[in-house]
Design a protein around this ligand. Structure first.
Ligand code: AMP
Ligand code: GLY
Length: 420
């Protein structure tokens, strides 16, 4: 099988690394890829937001399956264009990608299928939004409706902060993504992520994870795209997973199908768990980054069989071959992230590290220069370990971190603290 993966981050490195191990994978191309991905696949320069460029490239290279990593090409309808051209795709249509691209849309779906989530309201003008917040009081959550690179959510501790967030969004801080504001009840509890493949009809859970969004140790400081993650998430017991499948995932998939916009791809449910019950915080329509790194090191080669079955609409024919294992990933970022940071610092020592099914450094924001690797992103590497226990996985991940010589980088030393 010839496979094309769209994307070039740590998530796509993990996908490529797992897919490459499957003997069914012949040619593997990743666009744009990165220097780590280049070890397991061909990298191609391609505008992955251009429907026509992606379709032409896939046809010219006799691609049998396209796996779409990030949300931007999904929201831009790249999956629709590929399907219209007769190609097999893993990833939702533009209409189904609304589950991530519009917070209000997701809330409507939850209401339509009675999925438990925070009480909410949607506004297109600031004064009505302010009145609503004043009436409900704080804490309260203010969200830009559209895609805002993970920055469009303000958990307001006071009514004043909520009013400021409303002004900021309607003043255009997120452009069109802020044309509408969703205001939600603040939910207390512990957050965890649940990943489910859906082919539009069938649903197959493929793992749980928890991430560390804050930049600082002890979960302090500003939010980031994620400074580390581990899988499984102990808080998502079998009973809670069953509740989530019954009350949230299957009803959502059925509702999307009933609307004529079936969801095909990976549904990444962000959940809030309190008193043994989960409520939906949000959906993403793609793998998380760095959650994908811990899922892929656990799934290994079978990831391709699952993704392929999902794309072909036969998830009912496959099962996950679970190992009783744990994985943990530590993100190494450039000092300054998530604020501004310099580019171009040298990273040494990568070549001497072990790379096997227990230890793997996935590349995110790296570039090759003069035969060496330099950092060109905020989040740069994901040092990932797997083991029989979370403690063992953590030991392996941090052993990798210790072997990397990069004075301009930093990482959190406490990834996994909650579960350990
Ligand atoms: P989202 O982009 O919707 O995932 O929101 C980002 C983060 O904000 C979530 O991971 C939660 O930590 C927090 N958050 C979002 N909505 C709520 C809510 N209704 N109650 C409590 N926390 C929330
Ligand atoms: N790590 C969070 C995300 O990928 O959205």
């Amino acid at each position: 099988m010839n496979i094309l993966i769209l994307g070039g981050g740590g998530r796509e490195h993990a996908l490529a690394w797992a897919i490459r191990q499957n003997p069914k994978c012949d040619r593997l191309i990743v666009a744009p890829g990165n220097p780590g991905i280049a070890d397991v696949a061909e990298c191609a320069d391609l505008d992955i937001l251009s429907r026509s460029d992606v379709c032409d490239f896939a046809q010219e290279n006799a691609i049998d399956l396209v796996v779409i990593g990030p949300e931007a090409p999904l929201a831009a309808g790249v999956a629709d264009a590929l399907r219209a051209a007769g190609l097999l795709v893993f990833g939702p249509s533009q209409a189904a990608a609304q589950l991530e691209a519009s917070k209000g849309f997701t809330k409507e779906i939850c209401d339509a299928c009675a999925a438990p989530t925070a009480a909410w309201a949607r506004f297109s003008d600031a004064s009505a939004a302010r009145d609503y917040v004043t009436r409900l009081g704080a804490p309260i959550v203010v969200k830009a409706d559209g895609l805002a690179a993970g920055k469009g959510v303000v958990v307001a501790e006071t009514v004043g902060q909520a009013h400021e967030a409303i002004e900021m969004i309607f003043d255009g801080a997120f452009g069109d993504a802020g044309a509408e504001v969703v205001i939600e009840e603040f939910m207390e509890g512990e957050e965890a992520s649940f990943f489910v493949l859906s082919d539009g009809v069938n649903c197959l859970p493929i793992g749980t994870a928890q991430d560390h969004k804050r930049v600082g140790e002890g979960d302090t400081g500003p939010n980031t795209g994620g400074m580390g993650a581990y899988s499984p998430a102990p808080v998502l017991s079998d009973a809670i997973q069953a509740q989530v499948m019954d009350q949230i995932i299957r009803p959502t998939v059925a509702e999307m199908a009933a609307r004529g916009t079936p969801f095909q791809g990976v549904l990444y449910a962000g959940l809030m768990i309190q008193n043994g019950q989960a409520r939906l915080v949000e959906y993403n329509v793609r793998f998380g980054d760095p959650e994908c790194q811990v899922l892929m090191i656990r799934l290994g080669a079978q990831a391709l069989d699952l993704i392929h079955a999902c794309a072909e609409g036969r998830l009912n024919e496959v099962t996950v071959n679970w190992a009783d294992d744990h994985a943990l990933t530590v993100v190494m970022a450039t000092q300054g992230y998530p604020g501004s940071y310099p580019k171009g610092s040298a990273i040494r020592g990568l070549d001497d590290l072990p790379e096997d099914s227990f230890q793997m450094v996935f590349h995110a924001g790296t570039t090759e220069k003069d035969g060496g690797i330099i950092a060109t992103g905020g989040r740069v590497l994901a040092a990932t370990g797997r083991g029989d226990s979370l403690a063992e996985a953590r030991e392996r991940a941090y052993a990798l971190v210790e072997g990397i010589d990069w004075p301009e980088g930093f990482h959190r030393r406490d990834i996994g603290w909650r579960a350990l």
